[in-house]
Each structure stands twice: as C-alpha cells, then as structure tokens.
Design a protein around this ligand. Structure first.
Ligand code: NAD
Length: 347
C-alpha cells in the first residue's frame, strides 16, 4: 500500500499508525493540516474490509475536517482517526484507553471526538489518558444534535433557494438513522415535512416510523426515491458515477461526510442541475460544538455560528451560480484560501 502517492494523499502533515498489543487496538490518526490550529476531528470506529480502505477513509475524512473548520471560521485544523474493529473483535474500554494514549503522544496536535461508531462514553475512556479530547460527558457532550440542527436549517435554506418553498409538505428522504439522521428526521417531521427513511438496521427504521416518518424505503433505493431533498446521513461516497444519474431529487443536503466519491462528482451533479449542499459546510454543527473548549468559543457564540450555517450556504450557492461552478468548488476555494492565509503550527 502506497501512502505518499495515494490518490487521497493531500500533503497531509502526519499520518500515524497506532497499535496496542494488550487490548488489540489498531488505529490510524491523520493530521491533515494545522495551519489554522490544532487538528480536531472524530474517531470513526468501523469494521473495514482492509487496511487500505481504512487509510483511504482517514485521508479523506481528515482533509474534509480542514475545510470544515476553515469554513466554520474556527481556529482549528483538520484531522481524523479511524479505529479498526471487527464483528468478532468489537471496541472495548481498554482499546479506547489505548487510543487515548496514542492521541496523547501527539501532544495536542490532534484532538479527538466522536464519529460513526463512537459514543460519549468512549470519549470519557479516552479522557482518562489524555486531555486532548472533546465530546466528553460534563463537557461538550454529544455533537450529533448540533449537527442535525445545522443540516435541518440548511435543508430549509436550500428548499427556499431552489424550490422557493418552505418545509411544510417538503418530501425529504433521510438515509442513515443513527445519531444525526434520527434527530434530523425528527426535526423535519416536527416542521411538517413528509419524511421517507432508510437504514440497514430495521430497528432504526421502526423507531423513525413510530416518531412520525411517512414511509420506509430500502437503503439501496433511497437515492432514487422521488423527493424534493435527498439527505444522506450514513457513510460517504454515496454520490458517485452510478448513483448520480439515478438521483430523483433536485437537492442533496445531508450530514454524511465525504458524500462525493470523487471531485468529478460535484461537476456531475451540476450538469444534472442538482443543488448539492457541501457536506463539510452543512454538517459543521458537531464540530462547532466540540470545538467550544478548544477554540475559546462561548456557548452563545457557538450557537450563533450554528444558526449562521444556512447563511453561509446561501452565500456559497449564489457565488457558485454566478461563476457557473459547483457549490463544493466554491466552498473549497473559500476554505482553501483561509487555510493558506494562515501559518502552520510547529511540528
Ligand atoms: P451513526 O453511526 O450514529 O449512524 C450511522 C447510521 O447509518 C446507522 O444507523 C447505520 O445503521 C446507518 N447505515 C450504515 N450503512 C448504511 C447504508 N448503506 N444505508 C443506510 N443506512 C446505513 O453515525 P452518525 O454520528 O449519525 O453520523 C452519520 C454521518 O454523519 C457520518 O458520515 C458522519 O461522519 C457524519 N457526521 C456526523 C457528525 C456527528 O455529529 N455525529 C458530524 C458531522 C458529520
């Protein structure tokens, strides 16, 4: 497996492979960029098919965090970690503590928090070994409600921008009903939207239906279900050469990180006239929440930043339309400009 010539290697500052024999913990930490500040990003705990898949994921996710922090106006860089587990080797508290020691060895260049598969209780274990952790109980707590709120507000803004209408009766398909997706679906239901839901876990679908979702769709059919908004809230690369021609919604706005499989997919969406709300912009609520203890953000200021995500989205959509580029191109240009205007942390 190559690293420096890997297609997703983007001048990452540091990639660390961490192992703990006693607990069986295996993880990769990627610090993409510390120009704006220490790299804050979640730990994804996932059963990867191969180490190569885990490397690809951590490289892509950490780069996305640099862009997310820059667009949210935070003095933080981008980083992420992945912990490799398996169905017969699930996460344990000892693994989380080993992860904490691995984070501690980076001496504050990387700050860990929750991502897919990780909970507040996991962060509490990590916090027994390092203070470079957020999203702990008694601290910032679970970032998901913040993320869901930002995506909810962004869906409202995108619907007004593209369809000239509000949320009442808006048809939204939410796929992935985990921490963020379930909360997003609840917000939408409460606002009067007609919500279709999909998840590979039947119990998550049942819970959403009981909460008021209109119908369930099969996970493989979610993107091709006719709707006003497709909201991906599971894993990445859901917008690709196969799915984009099949999309049956004029707007894509969801929480999942790295929705575009490749940069070319942003152009594919533009060519089909589909409004794509850049993931790292609309899902920044969770980062804003976990950034509070590290970026000197008071609660009121953090809440104001969360509520302003749809304003930033509208500015980017207008700029992209004026320039004839995809919204992710416009967003990437702004984020990249902010990063390169800063100076790197000492290694
Ligand atoms: P989660 O693990 O709680 O939920 C993920 C859900 O997706 C689960 O219910 C799972 O069963 C479902 N799922 C997995 N594969 C699926 C498939 N093929 N089709 C349909 N459903 C599938 O994770 P989460 O914290 O809710 O995060 C969801 C997404 O949002 C991730 O991409 C994450 O990186 C991103 N995100 C999360 C936050 C946050 O605050 N938690 C912040 C920013 C971005």
């Amino acid at each position: 497996m190559e690293l420096f010539t890997h297609p997703d290697f983007d001048d990452h500052e540091q990639v660390v492979f961490a192992h703990d024999a006693a607990s069986g913990m295996r993880a990769i930490i990627a610090v993409h960029d510390t120009m704006l500040g220490p790299a804050l990003g979640g730990c994804r705990i996932w059963s990867y098919a191969s180490e190569a898949e885990a490397v690809t994921d951590v490289l892509r996710l950490s780069r996305g965090m640099s862009f997310k922090a820059a667009l949210a106006g935070l003095k933080l860089g981008g980083g992420k970690s992945v912990m490799m587990v398996a169905p017969d080797r699930p996460k344990t508290p000892a693994m989380m503590r080993a992860m904490g020691r691995a984070v501690e060895r980076l001496a504050g260049r990387y700050i860990v928090a929750e991502d897919v598969g990780a909970t507040v209780a996991d962060m509490d274990e990590i916090a027994r070994e390092t203070r470079h952790v957020s999203g702990v109980s008694g601290g910032a707590g679970d970032p998901s409600p913040w993320t869901a709120r930002g995506v909810f507000l962004s869906i409202g803004a995108a619907a007004r921008y593209r369809l000239g209408r509000g949320l009442e009766g808006l048809r939204v398909t939410v796929t992935g009903l985990g921490h963020v997706g379930a909360s997003l679906a609840a917000h939408l239901i409460d606002a009067g939207a007609e919500v279709s839901v999909a998840d590979i876990r039947p119990e998550a679908v049942e819970a959403a239906l009981a909460r008021g979702a209109a119908r369930a769709v099969a996970p493989d059919d979610a993107h091709r279900t006719p709707a006003d908004v497709f909201a991906p809230c599971a894993l990445g690369a859901v917008l690709n050469a196969t799915t984009i021609p099949e999309l049956a919604a004029p707007i894509v706005c969801g929480a999942a990180n790295n929705q575009l499989a490749t940069p070319a997919d942003g152009a594919r969406l533009l060519a089909r006239g589909i409004l794509y709300a850049p993931d790292y912009l609309v899902n920044a609520g969770g980062l804003i929440s976990v950034a509070r203890p590290f970026a000197g953000l008071a609660d009121a200021e953090a809440k104001a930043r969360l509520e302003s995500i749809p304003d930033t989205l509208l500015e980017i959509l207008a700029e992209a339309e004026a320039e004839g580029v995809s919204p992710d191109t416009a967003a990437g240009r702004i984020a990249g400009g902010r990063i390169s205007a800063a100076t790197a942390m000492p290694a």
